[in-house]
Design a binder for this molecule. Structure first.
Ligand code: NAP
Length: 244
């Protein structure tokens, strides 16, 4: 069977490694092409947008794709919506491989917000030292609150930053000890995060909990369509059933 795996996440990498071992599935990993040096893929990879719903529908038809697994990031809402519409149009099966959202635990002080502009507002008027972990593409929004000092962590170098910003280039996973050290050394007073879920970036939340720091947490967009799995194994089992 021919599978299109929409990736850009740790889960997609895990699934790709498993698919590489199977000779009954011809899988292609698709990346948006945002990171300049993406993790090595064990299966054939294509990169760059498809050209909206129409472009993806055409790709599915031309490449005779039997099934799509959407393992994009929970905040990649546009890609997921396009995948839902294009698979419906082309009559291709769709499954979503994602991670459960994080939930606040005892001792957490979360301020949940709907979008990036609300996150900017939630920082308040008083200047603070803020740890931004929302990805480099969202960083320009914080120019609207230039009174704060930001420590921005991203994989690639960001552009159009707020004036007082220190950039830390790093790629997940992150360890608790390192998160505690970073937040303590930089005298961080507030953390801003997307509710991405997953283990690779969760230690920042534990660090904020231990240090008693408030967290501005962006709620994730709703899932659009497709059978949803939270485990690579379950997605592989679905694939077996989806074979033509
Ligand atoms: P998005 O806003 O949902 O997607 C915007 C456009 O980028 C899509 O319409 C599509 O272009 C293209 N695109 C996105 N993912 C693609 C993929 N896997 N393969 C081919 N084209 C793709 O997505 P995003 O937030 O920019 O995220 C881009 C990628 O980064 C995703 O693969 C995602 O898993 C990863 N990522 C995102 C986040 C995040 O917080 N958003 C965090 C970590 C990793 P066309 O319409 O032209 O097809």
């Amino acid at each position: 069977m021919r599978l299109l795996l929409l990736g850009g996440t740790t889960e997609a990498q895990d699934l790709a490694r498993r698919l590489a071992l199977r000779d009954d599935v011809e899988a292609t990993l698709s990346l948006a092409g945002r990171t300049s040096n993406p993790a090595r893929s064990p299966i054939p990879t294509r990169s760059g947008g498809f050209g909206g719903i129409e472009g993806l529908t055409l790709y599915l038809r031309e490449n005779r794709i039997d099934a799509v697994i959407d393992a994009t990031h929970p905040f990649a809402a546009q890609m997921s919506a396009n995948a839902a519409a294009a698979t419906a149009a082309a009559g291709v099966r769709l499954a979503v491989l994602t991670r459960p959202a994080w939930t606040p635990q005892a001792g957490d002080d979360w301020r949940e917000v709907e979008d990036i502009n609300q996150a900017v507002q939630a920082l308040g008027e008083t200047p603070r030292r803020v740890f931004l972990t929302v990805g480099r593409l969202q960083a320009p929004a914080f120019r609207a609150a230039p009174q704060h000092h930001y420590v921005l962590r991203s994989i690639d170098a960001p552009e159009a930053l707020p004036p007082q910003t220190e950039v830390v280039l790093a790629r997940p996973p992150f360890a608790l000890a390192d998160e505690l050290e970073l937040m303590t050394n930089r005298r961080i007073e507030m953390l801003v995060s997307k509710n991405s879920g997953g283990a690779a970036t969760a230690p920042k939340l534990e660090a904020a909990r231990r240090l008693g720091l408030p967290v501005v947490m962006l709620r994730r967009p709703p899932l659009v369509a497709g059978t949803v799995f939270y485990e690579v194994e379950a997605a592989l089992a679905w694939l077996h059933g989806a074979a033509p």
